[in-house]
Structures are given as structure tokens and as C-alpha cells.
Ligand binder design. Structure first.
Ligand SMILES: [Zn+2]
Ligand SMILES: [Zn+2]
Length: 266
């Protein structure tokens, strides 16, 4: 760990909707959404997209899932940590469509959609249905209901000295932007949905995603130390994303586009 820094943050997947593999996508990365946070007392994963397959679990591991769309769950199917008897894993998600976290994951990972249930792979797996704020040891996790088809939970994690906000899969209507701005106020690091280009905004209204400009503006308004955009559209190539990032950075110098494999310290 870097001197004076307590959290190591790894971007394991920053792609939205579906994983991509061609060489034109390698710089920003192929895998779907997953951020790993290592703190002195726990390892936390934000979402379990295909990126989680490269994430090392700790003795006590907490997987916080914003919503059950497949791009946020798919990595659980082949995450080797589940089969490791030395790892205790808790998976958290709000109820959706009247179903608990456990019920949803039991359906997605089980016949006929998948050959085996997660609890048949894992030695120590616990499901937690969340609502409102909760604690992971001394860390406080606050939640906000975001604007996304079927609902999504945004997370604000703080140890009292540093705060990270994860708001992915959100369409920033004026009302949603106001709520998120309040929720993320003064955070050190904000991960925000930046799937759409300005050209997409009209055609993809109601799809539950933000334009890069709206997300950068929100980060600026809430005073985030840095805003990292992610959940990039699977059709966006490295060349396109780099060009968009350069444009955004000219107006919002605190905003960057996330790249798979990047590591930050807080
Ligand atoms: Zn998504
Ligand atoms: Zn979604």
C-alpha cells in the first residue's frame, strides 16, 4: 500500500452491457463492470461483471451489486474465489421485482440458465438483501436509489477519512442528477456511468445511462476529488473513447475515463 493511503482501488472492468474482445477495445478494456477496493479490514467488490474473474478475494470479501442486470453479475459464474475454502464471501443486493438477493442469484445461476448454483460452488457464501445504510466493519455504506430501468442502487463508502461513490447505470435526468449530486457531495473519488455520447442522448433516452458530459458535469458540481467515467458502450472503440476523453478533459480537468487494469490509492 502506498504511504499514507489506506485503500487500493483496482478497475477490473469498465465496459457496459456486454464484454468485447477485438483489439480495438484493449486499451479501455473488454470486461464488464467491476471495481475492487482493498481496505485494511475488508476486500469489497462493486458489481460482479466479468472483470471480477481477475479479482483476488480477501479472507472477508463483500460483493456489492447495484442491480441484477447480467453485465453486473456475469463474472460470478467463473470466479475462482467462490470455490476457495479459505474465503468467506457475502453478496449484497437490494430486492428487485419482489425477489431477494438470494432468490435472484438462485434463478440466474441455476438450471436451465447455468448448470450449478453459486452455493454449490462456495464453501462460505452469504446473501444479504440491503435497504438503506449498513456497515462493513468500521466502513459506512450509504445507498441511493438511482434512475435505471428496474432500479439500481448507488453506493457511498466511507471510513470517515476517505469517501468513494459508485454510481453506475444511471440516467441523469435533472431530478436524478440533483439527488446524486447531493449524495456524492465532497467525495474523493466518483465512479460514474459514462456510456453515452452526446449523439446517443436523444435516441437512447430512457435506457438508463448517462452521457459523458452529464457525468463529468455532475462530478464537477458535487466537488468530487476525481471523477472516473466507466460502463462504456460495447460499440465504443479505444480511438473513439480517447477522442471523447480529450474533449471532456478540456472542460472538466478532474474527469478521466477509466481503463481496465488501472489502480488508484486513496
Ligand atoms: Zn450495466
Ligand atoms: Zn443495467
Amino acid at each position: 500500500m502506498r504511504e499514507g493511503k489506506a485503500w487500493k482501488i483496482e478497475m477490473l472492468g469498465v465496459r457496459g452491457s456486454v464484454a468485447v474482445t477485438p483489439k480495438e477495445y484493449q486499451e479501455f478494456g473488454c470486461d464488464t463492470t467491476c471495481i475492487r477496493i482493498e481496505t485494511p479490514e475488508a476486500v469489497i467488490f462493486l458489481d460482479a461483471g466479468s472483470g471480477i474473474m481477475y479479482g483476488e478475494a480477501g479472507e472477508n470479501t463483500h460483493v456489492l451489486i447495484g442491480h441484477p442486470h447480467l453485465d453486473h453479475l456475469m463474472g460470478l459464474s467463473k470466479w475462482s474465489a467462490l470455490a476457495d475454502p479459505s474465503k468467506k464471501i457475502k453478496v449484497y443486493m437490494a430486492d428487485h421485482e419482489g425477489m431477494s438477493c438470494q432468490e435472484i442469484l438462485h434463478i440466474v445461476f441455476g438450471p436451465p440458465f447455468w448448470p450449478i448454483h453459486l452455493e454449490e460452488i462456495s464453501h462460505d457464501l452469504e446473501y444479504v438483501s440491503i435497504k438503506g445504510s449498513f456497515q462493513i466493519g468500521s466502513l459506512t455504506v450509504d445507498t441511493l436509489e438511482g434512475n435505471h430501468p428496474g432500479g439500481v442502487t448507488h453506493f457511498r463508502i466511507s471510513d470517515g477519512k476517505r469517501t468513494l461513490v459508485y454510481a453506475v447505470d444511471c440516467e441523469l435526468t435533472p431530478e436524478a442528477a440533483k439527488d446524486l449530486e447531493e449524495f456524492a457531495k465532497g467525495c474523493d473519488l466518483l465512479f460514474c456511468d459514462g456510456q453515452l455520447t452526446a449523439d446517443d442522448a436523444v435516441e437512447k433516452r430512457g435506457w438508463g445511462h448517462s452521457t459523458q458530459t452529464a457525468a463529468a458535469k455532475l462530478g464537477d458540481k458535487c466537488g468530487a476529488g476525481q471523477t472516473v467515467l466507466m460502463h462504456f458502450d460495447p460499440s465504443s472503440t479505444d480511438e473513439q473513447l480517447e477522442e471523447l476523453e480529450n474533449k471532456i478533459k478540456m472542460k472538466y480537468p478532474n474527469c478521466v475515463f477509466g481503463r481496465q487494469g488501472e489502480i488508484r490509492y486513496l
